[in-house]
Design a protein around this ligand. Structure first.
Ligand code: PMP
Length: 289
């Protein structure tokens, strides 16, 4: 049976899950999206993954035409009808069909789309041996222009940096902010370990407030590690003992080379490995367990 996609309150075969060519989600990237994971049939940190699109929508003056509770139900319904227990869920809310002008007031019917599918993880080797990444010359969006905290359908900023990474033979690329500080990668947040303490850029460095990032900070605190959310430079990355990325799709992935510089020993460090381990345990934990 073909994959069933939730669109506007109904589950339909993926071939029938279509939107108008006048939808401003398509014409202008006007809308928001979200990515979540389910492990053994349970969505990891569902509330955080609902709060973020609702906040993004508020920031762009978009009203999501359903409640969070209805959305949660629809997410589970989409997983169940497709018989997916370990999967990836993509939530999309578009501005809806309008005129060819920019005016969002002329749009109606925001489209709510939920796609659940099996997850494509990075190859196992990346988790065991670590990634090589490069710094992109494309900087992260200036927060006063389009705040990276908004997970909008306009991801060209990240895509341009991703292309630079791919052209350098890397699956991820480091992005700096307008001040030249480390921001995040194209679809993942970044962490460093130095002298047994954890460092990650603060939310006001112009990053997406990652759900995985927050979970990893909690895990690090459980390990009694000091976590610094402070501005970082590329120099801090080069001299770190360990480096890793976090994201819903990637989970926790070690980085062993940045811009040709070997990070630490050149293999995933002990704190990274412990956090990878603890993260795997966390996502599989029952809510009461
Ligand atoms: N930064 C960007 C730009 C992203 O797109 C993502 C993926 N949503 C992340 C960071 C990681 O966030 P999360 O842990 O919530 O997936």
């Amino acid at each position: 049976m073909s994959l069933q996609v939730f669109i506007n309150g109904r589950l339909v075969p993926k071939e029938q899950a279509v939107v108008s060519v006048f939808d401003h989600g398509l014409l202008y990237g006007d809308g928001v999206f979200e990515g979540m994971r389910s492990y053994s049939g349970r969505v990891f940190r569902l509330q955080a993954h609902l709060d973020r699109p609702w906040e993004s929508a508020r920031a762009i003056w978009l009203t999501i035409p359903m409640t969070q509770q209805e959305m949660a139900q629809a997410v589970y319904q989409t997983l169940q009808v497709n018989n997916i227990s370990d999967g990836y869920i993509r939530l999309v809310v578009t501005r809806g069909a309008g005129t060819l002008g920019l005016d969002p007031n002329k749009c109606s019917n925001p489209q709510v789309i939920i796609i659940a599918d099996h997850i494509e993880l990075y190859p196992r080797e990346f988790y065991e041996k670590g990634l090589r990444i490069v710094t992109a010359s494309t900087i992260r969006n200036h927060p006063a222009a389009l705040n990276p905290r908004i997970k909008s359908l306009n991801y060209l900023n990240n895509i341009l940096a991703k292309i630079e990474g791919l052209q350098a033979g890397c699956v991820e690329a480091l992005m700096l902010n307008h001040k030249g500080e480390v921001a995040e990668c194209t679809g993942d947040n970044i962490f460093l370990v130095r002298r047994g303490e954890l460092y990650t850029p603060p939310n006001d460095a112009g990053i997406l407030e990652g759900v995985t990032r927050a979970a990893v900070i909690e895990l690090a605190q459980e390990m009694n590690l000091t976590v610094h959310e402070v501005p970082l430079t590329r120099h801090d990355v080069y001299v770190a003992d360990e480096c890793f990325l976090t994201g819903t799709a990637a989970e926790v992935v070690p980085v062993v080379e940045v811009d040709g510089r070997t990070i630490g020993s050149g293999s995933p460090g002990p704190i990274t490995q412990e956090l990878q381990h603890r993260f795997q345990r966390l996502v599989r934990q029952r809510p009461d367990g």
